[in-house]
Design a binder for this molecule. Structure first.
Ligand code: MRU
Length: 365
C-alpha cells in the first residue's frame, strides 16, 4: 500500500542483516512512525504492546523475532528461549504459533552457524507468502462482491467491516480489505461502513485511515450502529477478518464481531469471513470451548486515545476512577452464523466439509 505516494509493507528487513523495520501502529492515524526492531525481546514487545497487530502480521513479526534471536544466540537454548518469549505475547491469533512452528522446522535441523541466515530467509518467505495469499483472497472475495453488486443495479454495494483486517493487519493488502481494494480498483460502486471497534478503535484509527489513503468511500459508525443499519437495508454484506478459525468453521475475531453476525443473521445479510490458511487451527473444532480469548489491560476500556487541539496525542480517562473494567479482546462467532469463508484457495462453507474440500491434505488431521 502507498502512504504519501510511497509503497510500504508493514514489516521489512532493514538491509543490514541485523534489524527489522515495522510501522508503529500505536499513533496512527495521527503519526506515521517507522520503528526498528533489533532483538527478539523488542519483537516480542512490539507484538505485546501492539506496535504491530492483526493475526498475519503478528505471525510475520514473530518469524522475524526468531531470526533476530538466531543472530544473537543460534544455540538450541537460544531457539527455545526465543520461541517461548514470542509465544507468550498474545494468545488468540493462531498465526503466531503457526509462524513459530515454521521457523523451528526451518532452523532446528541446521548447525548453529547456519541458522541466522536461514531464519531471515524463512521470515522473508513467510512475508512474501502472506502478500500472495492476500492477493488471492482479494480475487476470490471479489467474486462474492461482484455477485452481490450485480443485484444493486449500479447503486453502491454497502459492506460493513469490524476492526482492522486490512493492510496494517497483514504484510500487505489485508484479508477482509483485499476484495474491497480489488473491487475499488475495477471501478465497482462500493461503500464501506467502518465500525469504530472499541476499545482500541482499530476501525476508526486504522481501517478508516487505510480506506481514506486508497480513496475508498467509507463512513465511520459507532460499534452499536450495525444492527440499525442492517434493519434499514443499508448493509449488503458483512466482511471481517479473523484471528483463528476452527476445523469446523467457528471464527474468533475482535470483540463485537459475534454481535454483528447475530444482527446479520436476523436481517438476512450475508456474513463472510476472509482468512489466510495459517489462520486455520486444524487442532480445534469447538471455538467457544477451545480458543483462548485474550484479556487485555482494563485501561483500554477506561481510556481513549486521541489528538489534542495542539496536535499532541494522548489517552484520556472516560470512566470514573473507582469503576472497574473488563477487556475481553476477542469473541467467537459460531460457524452457523457464517455465510462463507474466503480463503486463498476459494470460498467455502463454514463447516468441516467446506474447509476439507478446499484443503483436502488436512482432511485426516
Ligand atoms: O487486537 P488486534 O488489533 O490484533 O485484532 C485484530 C483483529 O481482530 C483482526 O480482525 C484479525 O486479526 C484479522 S487480521 C487480517
Amino acid at each position: 500500500m502507498r502512504v504519501a505516494g510511497k509503497a510500504y509493507r508493514t514489516i521489512w528487513p532493514a538491509g543490514d542483516g541485523r534489524t527489522v523495520r515495522v510501522i508503529d501502529q500505536r499513533r496512527l492515524p495521527h503519526e506515521f512512525r517507522v520503528a526498528e526492531l533489533a532483538t527478539c525481546r523488542e519483537a516480542a514487545a512490539a507484538i505485546r504492546e501492539m506496535w504491530v497487530r492483526g493475526a498475519p502480521l503478528i505471525g510475520a513479526t514473530a518469524a522475524y523475532g526468531v531470526a533476530l534471536a538466531m543472530a544473537a544466540d543460534p544455540s538450541d537454548a537460544g531457539l527455545d528461549a526465543a520461541a517461548a518469549e514470542l509465544a507468550a505475547t498474545r494468545p488468540t491469533a493462531v498465526n503466531l504459533a503457526w509462524a513459530l512452528d515454521a521457523m523451528r522446522a526451518c532452523v532446528a535441523p541446521l548447525r548453529p552457524g547456519e541458522r541466522a541466515a536461514a531464519a531471515f530467509a524463512r521470515a522473508a518467505a513467510i512475508c512474501d507468502d502472506d502478500v500472495a495469499i492476500n492477493r488471492a483472497i482479494g480475487a476470490n472475495g471479489l467474486e462474492v462482491l461482484r455477485g452481490l453488486s450485480a443485484a444493486k443495479r449500479g447503486a453502491p454495494l454497502n459492506v460493513l467491516t469490524h476492526c482492522n483486517a486490512g493492510w496494517l493487519a497483514t504484510v500487505d493488502h489485508g484479508t477482509a480489505t483485499a476484495p474491497i481494494y480489488a473491487a475499488a480498483e475495477e471501478g465497482m460502486a462500493l461503500h464501506v461502513w467502518v465500525d469504530e471497534t472499541r476499545p482500541r478503535n482499530q476501525g476508526a484509527m486504522l481501517t478508516a485511515w487505510e480506506l481514506a489513503n486508497e480513496a475508498v468511500p467509507h463512513t465511520l459508525v459507532a460499534d452499536n450502529a450495525g444492527g440499525h443499519l442492517m434493519q434499514r437495508g443499508l448493509v449488503d454484506l458483512v466482511l471481517v477478518g479473523t484471528d483463528r478459525v476452527t476445523a469446523r468453521g467457528d471464527v474468533a475475531n475482535k470483540i463485537g464481531t459475534y454481535l454483528k453476525a447475530l444482527a446479520a443473521k436476523d436481517n438476512g445479510v450475508p456474513f463472510f469471513v476472509a482468512l489466510p490458511s495459517p489462520t486455520i487451527d486444524w487442532s480445534v473444532r469447538d471455538g467457544l470451548a477451545e480458543i483462548p480469548i485474550e484479556e487485555r489491560d482494563a485501561g483500554e476500556v477506561t481510556h481513549v486515545w486521541g489528538r489534542r487541539g495542539d496536535g499532541g496525542v494522548e489517552a484520556v480517562r472516560i470512566a470514573p476512577e473507582a469503576t472497574a473494567a473488563a477487556n475481553p479482546a476477542f469473541d467467537v462467532t459460531p460457524a452457523r452464523l457464517v455465510a462463507g469463508l474466503v480463503t486463498e484457495r476459494g470460498v467455502c462453507a463454514a463447516s468441516a466439509e467446506g474447509l476439507a474440500g478446499l484443503f483436502p491434505e488436512r482432511r485426516a488431521a
